[in-house]
Design a protein around this ligand. Structure first.
Ligand SMILES: NC(=O)C1=CN([C@@H]2O[C@H](COP(=O)(O)OP(=O)(O)OC[C@H]3O[C@@H](n4cnc5c(N)ncnc54)[C@H](O)[C@@H]3O)[C@@H](O)[C@H]2O)C=CC1
Ligand SMILES: O=C(O)[C@@H]1CCC=N1
Length: 274
């Protein structure tokens, strides 16, 4: 399969680098207005750089639009003329907020009368190490074999679930954006460790391994229907250290900070939608 990438930045770079470590045999055709970015990725993954967007669209079976949401319309203007030929690739948008309807409306304004096979995916940056949590949804006209190809790409670089488009905003918060929050949480914990005398490296190693183990514990225990609050109780000894720390964090607004993070992300995702 020939997989096009328009916009070879952080997220598409993570997808491409993650995919090359799997047995998913995609051949990459890349384009970026920043020629150096496209060439760096091409060198890393063994792909080719196309001279323009039209070439990517004409040569590929699936094309990932990896540009920022506010740039996507500009790119669609260049994608549109190439969609008039008989062979139309599947167009995969990974942009936050941008709905399938908004994408087709843009294409229609640029002269595309028949909706191409449009696919929307919300991946995350952990795709680079095969650990993305991705959601996918499709326009009704996407053929079964194309659906399977798209799903296979995102299953190769982590988990991929089919989700109604209406749920994409919240998924974007919980899975697309949350890696940044987890990185922030790890960094904040590590700084607290430094405050109490550990080196940054020691502190980061301690919290990273604890977070990894805790996430895995939740996954494994959920198979027995154990919920996180039960796991919390197992750690909090009566009158012990953990409950003191947990209550202090809650008094400082831990729960509401996380809900507010999700609320703000959902709102911003919806603002970017048009
Ligand atoms: N960074 C992340 O963790 C995630 C990002 N996304 C989505 O992925 C998309 C890309 O985000 P990032 O990779 O973070 O951005 P980025 O800024 O790292 O990459 C965007 C790339 O697009 C290129 N570009 C800009 N204008 C262009 C044009 N007219 N034609 C071709 N290339 C052009 C830029 O040179 C840049 O290399 C966004 O729509 C974002 O919502 C989705 C999930 C997670
Ligand atoms: O910050 C953003 O808008 C993108 C979407 C999810 C993660 N990064």
């Amino acid at each position: 399969m020939r997989l096009g990438v328009i916009g070879t930045g952080a997220m598409s770079g993570a997808i491409a680098r993650g995919l090359t470590k799997t047995d998913n045999a995609a051949q990459f055709v890349l384009f970026d207005v920043n020629d150096a970015a496209a060439h760096t990725l091409a060198t890393d993954i063994g792909g080719e750089v196309a001279p323009d967007i039209e070439t990517v669209v004409k040569e590929c079976d699936l094309v990932i639009l990896g540009v920022k949401p506010h740039i996507q319309r500009l790119v669609l203007q260049e994608v549109a003329p190439a969609l008039t030929s008989s062979k139309r690739p599947g167009i995969i948008s990974i942009a936050a907020g941008r709905t399938l309807t908004a994408i087709f409306q843009d294409l229609a304004e640029f002269g595309v009368s028949e909706c191409p096979p449009l696919i929307r995916v919300m991946p995350n940056v952990n795709a680079q190490i095969g650990m993305s949590a991705s959601a996918i949804c499709f326009c009704p006209n996407v053929a079964d074999d194309m659906r399977a190809s798209a799903i296979s790409i995102f299953e190769a670089i982590g988990e991929c679930i089919e989700l109604p488009e209406a749920s994409f905003s919240v998924f974007s918060a919980l899975a697309g954006a949350s890696p940044a929050w987890f990185f922030q949480i790890l960094d904040s914990f590590a700084r607290a460790g430094v405050k109490h005398g550990l080196t940054k490296k020691q502190a980061l190693q301690a919290v990273t391994q604890s977070m990894l183990g805790s996430a895995r514990m939740v996954q494994i225990e959920s198979e027995k229907d154990t919920v996180p609050s039960e796991l919390i109780d197992r750690v909090c000894s009566p009158g012990g250290t953990t409950i003191a720390g947990l209550l202090a964090a809650q008094a400082a607004g831990l729960d509401s900070a996380l809900v507010q993070a999700v609320d703000a992300t959902v709102l911003r995702d919806q603002e970017l939608g048009g």
